[in-house]
Design a binder for this molecule. Structure first.
Ligand code: NDP
Length: 463
């Protein structure tokens, strides 16, 4: 771990599993309450000076972070693949590291200038944005480094200090990344703790933590929210999704197949804003199914360390079991498996790319977030009906509309109850495009100036 700029370890460790082999990827220090308290104390001590550091210094720190990430991208990518399972190439670890650098660099370029809301002979009123204090960052196992940077960069850009706790499934790459970033940050500005499940609540409930930024499941998000209540901590919650994609009757199945595939299967479907329910108009249903299956068959799945792999194993045994359960449930209810659908024998958590047709709302694989490489394809024939079904979810992270008619697609997309909506694409992000969920997909916004504001409080100066 890195606490107050110093390396810290523990006598006890836990094993981190390589999901491609089931073997051990590495040993992780098993910190407890004492390490969490030490990390928060170090962050609190650093906050006194970091919060008053000139803006240009903090801007430079974010540029330095981007540079360090770039210089060490390959080492971090290899470590990430060894514990997360995603391939080095394609939309895998190197892509994730590229995103980390891009987001850190973009955060360096952002500004939150003082706003003047009144300036006349009666007086002047200025709106200042100030940092909050110690930020606790809790990250998941699907995009561990990218999400860590989404939390860290804006937090420190505006003068907060950070304690990050990565998922115990993928802690190693974050430990190394924080160690590297500490070479360009003052001690205590960025700290990392790892350990058993018990340390998350200790961190999110810590009285000296001013804000929690959390990415993970809705269920855990609720717990984080209640642990924040005692001291009224600020919160950003980026939670699950069950994103619908709607294919309109005028779409060209051959042209959209690749985009739909990667919208659904990026990172093996283990992505919060992946396409998780595909609604296709009855008139082109069979063509979309066969074009998707054709493209899916061309995608190589294998050990992420092998350069040709485009998809790797599912990340962990729990997630693997969930995917198997939902696919088996759909099969038992008469769904038609177009591709995959059988767990293979052998080492690692490999599950084949699975496309399931003739499914309906009400089946678990449609109603629940599968978070894995299995896409249900649902038939519809009426646009009002399909919009109602898409919006019937308690989630509202993303959604997409696929059509040859941009105007028609816009009209439908704007009626989706989701924080983001895409046309003829799904899940693409941009560091300046606000990203967040509505309904139970989360609270708050990430990225760009809107995201930066979430790490500040307002002080209105009447002068
Ligand atoms: P969780 O939401 O439980 O875990 C995410 C992070 O939160 C981990 O670092 C975890 O650490 C931590 N955490 C868990 N409980 C608490 C708590 N009470 N207080 C503070 N921190 C806590 O996800 P899981 O790994 O259990 O995955 C479960 C499901 O979540 C998946 O099946 C998937 O559907 C969804 N998910 C969604 C993600 C997204 O990007 N939206 C990402 C990952 C999963 P620890 O495990 O040590 O408690």
């Amino acid at each position: 771990m890195t606490i107050g700029g110093k390396p810290v370890t523990t006598a006890e460790t836990f094993e981190v599993i390589n999901p491609a082999t089931g073997g051990v990827a590495g040993l992780c220090p098993s910190g407890g309450e004492a390490e969490v308290n030490a990390a928060v104390a170090a962050a609190k001590a650093a906050y006194a000076s970091w919060s008053r550091t000139p803006d240009e210094v903090r801007r430079q720190a974010c540029s330095d972070i981007a540079r360090v990430l770039g210089e060490n991208a390959e080492e971090l990518a290899v470590l990430l693949t060894s514990e997360q399972g995603k391939p080095l190439g394609g939309l895998g670890s190197r892509f994730e590291l590229g995103g980390c650098g891009a987001w850190a660099g973009n955060t360096a370029a952002l500004d939150l200038p003082v706003e003047v809301v009144k300036d006349d002979n009666e007086g002047r009123i200025e709106v200042h944005r100030k940092p909050l204090g110690v930020v606790a960052s809790i990250t998941p196992w699907n995009w561990p480094l990218m999400i860590a940077i989404w939390h860290i960069a804006p937090a420190i850009r505006v003068g907060n200090t950070v304690v990050i706790k990565p998922s115990p499934y993928t802690p190693l790459s974050t430990l190394r990344m924080v160690e590297l970033l500490n070479t360009v940050l003052p001690e205590g500005v960025l700290n990392v703790v790892t350990g058993p499940d018990s340390i998350g609540p200790v961190l999110t409930g810590h009285p000296d933590v001013a804000k929690v930024t959390f990415t993970g499941s809705t269920e855990t998000g609720r717990k984080v929210m209640s642990s924040a209540a005692e001291t009224l901590k600020r919160l950003t919650l980026e939670l699950g999704g069950n994103d619908a994609g709607i294919v309109l009757p005028d779409a060209d199945p051959a042209r959209i197949a690749q985009g739909i595939f990667w919208g659904a299967f990026i990172n093996n479907g283990q992505t919060c804003a992946a396409l998780k329910r595909l609604y296709v108009h009855d008139s082109i249903y069979d063509d979309v199914c066969s074009e998707l299956a054709k493209f899916a068959q061309s995608v190589p799945v294998g050990d992420g360390m092998a350069e040709g792999s485009q998809l790797g194993p599912v990340q962990n045994a729990m997630q693997y079991a969930k995917v198997v359960e939902l696919v088996e449930d759909a099969k038992a209810q008469g769904a038609r498996v177009l591709l995959g659908g059988e767990a293979p024998a052998g080492d690692g958590y490999f599950y084949p790319i699975t496309l399931i047709a003739d499914v309906t709302d009400g089946m678990r694989i449609v109603d629940e977030e599968q978070f894995g490489p299995a896409l249900p394809i649902i038939r519809y024939d009426d646009i009002e009906d399909v919009l109602a079904r898409a919006n019937a979810s308690s989630m509202g992270l993303g959604g997409s509309v696929w059509s040859s008619d941009l105007q028609k697609a816009r009209d439908v997309a704007l009626r989706l109850e989701s924080g983001s909506a895409w046309i003829n694409a799904h899940g693409g992000l941009n560091p300046n495009a606000p990203f967040g969920g509505v309904k139970q997909s989360g609270i708050g916004t990430e990225f760009g100036v809107e995201g930066l504001k979430e790490f500040t409080c307002i002080q209105t100066l009447h002068c």
